[in-house]
Design a protein around this ligand. Structure first.
Ligand code: 4NP
Length: 153
């Protein structure tokens, strides 16, 4: 199964999702079942590694952080089985790449997988403090455990 995590800049939320998901599948011994990647709706940070505050938050939770930012492209909609948007804006923007609704089923909000949080978006932490990065990591850990439960075999 191929899963693409999607946010705005691809340096905070979606690389965190990608790395938290990969870490959880490795620890469960099921990493080979998944192809995991992340992208941003914007190209502002293309080629850059994840934001140091996001990296530090994950490293303190024992999660290795890798990746280089890239912008989502139309071919990603064909390639991936699930495209998980972090917030309503990311969701609306990826929907614009699918004007005929061909890929409607696979484009979803990440928070629909959260079982222990009622947030309907993973909030953009970029201009805020450490508590925002911790909330991002909490939401991602929550939803990723449900994703694994639902899609691993
Ligand atoms: P992300 O966070 O979408 O979670 O990667 C952001 C990263 C950069 C900016 C905004 C949000 N920015 O304005 O550059």
């Amino acid at each position: 199964m191929k899963i693409l995590f999607l946010c705005l800049g691809n340096i905070c939320r979606s690389p965190a999702g990608e790395n938290i998901f990969r870490d959880a599948t490795r620890k469960a011994g099921i990493a080979a079942q998944f192809v995991i990647d992340s992208a941003g709706t914007e190209a502002w940070h293309t080629g850059k590694g994840p934001d140091s505050r996001m990296t530090q938050t994950l490293v303190s939770r024992g999660v290795e952080v890798t990746g280089k930012a890239r912008q989502i492209k139309p071919a990603d909609l064909e390639e991936f089985d699930l495209i998980l948007a972090m917030d309503d804006e990311n969701y609306a923007n990826v929907k614009k790449l699918d004007p005929n609704g061909t890929f409607a089923e696979k484009i979803q909000k990440f928070t629909s997988y959260c079982q222990h949080h009622s947030e309907t978006e993973v909030p953009d932490p970029y201009y805020g403090g450490q508590d925002g990065f911790e909330l991002v990591a909490d939401l991602l850990e929550d939803g990723c455990s449900r994703l694994i439960e639902k899609y691993s075999t």
